[in-house]
Ligand binder design. Structure first.
Ligand code: GLU
Length: 277
């Protein structure tokens, strides 16, 4: 059975790009008698807004989608901590005290996630009690797993290249948000029984890391479907701060959500919006 999910972060309103993503995940499950889940990814500390998950539910209902709610990330911190501990026990994490600015200044390579961490803290001695993030030693992890591959429904078979992203943070410095997106999403997709991870092409690079984590943590390996992104008139990803109305704005203005969902299904985007290819 196909199990898909929509996994919004409650740090901003949903817009058309989210609607497109949710509809793809919903329809891929519905068309095969599968399950479509919604998971709220609310571990972004101070940026998470508690009122937004209810708004997201109203948005999905307005679009005519049916889904099952699964536990939100903030209720799963114990599982993230246990997985991080298991990776530490395997000698695959190292502590890092670098700031974003230090990394940007020291990095010489751009990866899919931004500047590649140059390994500054690998092997450094860090004093007890100092706030640190924990990074995955990707080269060592790949040495242990050997070559890995994964399957994208649109792009086909991919060789996993987590080395392109580099030593990602799995446990954040900030105590409010102990697990990083990579660790939390990978564990949750396994715990929720997701068999087809649908999300935007902007997260294609993240999947190389997720595939590596699945191998290290003995998790089941789903398939992926990275869909094109909706772009605004300037060719940029839609964002409320660049003036794209949110789904809530459209709903409150009396727009017909079901009709909007139908036009997104036919790739008929409202004025000026295009699809990335
Ligand atoms: N929470 C992520 C976001 O809102 C989605 C992550 C995913 O689909 O894997 O961008």
């Amino acid at each position: 059975m196909i199990v898909t999910r929509f996994a919004p972060s409650p740090n901003g309103h949903l817009h058309l790009g989210h609607a497109y993503s949710a509809i793809i995940a919903h329809d891929l499950a519905r068309d095969t008698g599968g399950r479509f889940l919604m998971r709220i990814e609310d571990i972004d500390g101070a940026r998470s807004r508690p009122e937004l998950p209810e708004e997201f539910r109203r948005d999905l209902e307005w679009l005519g989608l049916k889904w099952e709610d699964v536990p939100s990330q903030s209720t799963r911190l114990e599982a993230y901590a246990q997985a991080a501990q298991s990776l530490r026990n395997q000698g695959l994490l190292y502590p890092c005290r670098c700031t974003r600015a230090q990394i940007a200044a020291a990095s010489t390579q751009m990866g899919p996630d931004g500047p590649v961490y140059p390994g500054t803290c690998k092997g450094a001695v860090i004093s007890e009690g100092e706030p640190v993030a924990w990074r995955l030693d990707v080269a060592e992890a790949m040495r242990r797993t050997g070559p890995l591959s994964w399957q994208d429904a649109l792009a086909g078979e991919q060789q996993a290249r987590p080395d392109l992203t580099g030593d990602v943070v799995l446990v954040r410095k900030d105590a409010l948000t102990p697990a990083s997106y990579h660790l939390a999403a990978t564990l949750d997709d396994a715990a929720d029984g997701v068999t087809l991870v649908t999300r935007g092409q902007d997260l294609f690079g993240a999947t190389h890391i997720h595939r590596l984590l699945q191998a290290l943590l003995s998790l089941p390996v789903p398939q992926w479907h990275h869909h094109p992104l909706l772009l605004d008139e300037g060719g940029k990803k839609l964002a409320k701060r660049r003036g794209s109305p949110s789904l809530a704005d459209r709903r409150e203005a009396g727009e017909d959500g079901i009709a909007l969902a139908q036009s997104l299904r036919m790739d008929q985007m409202p004025g000026g919006i295009t699809l990335s290819r």
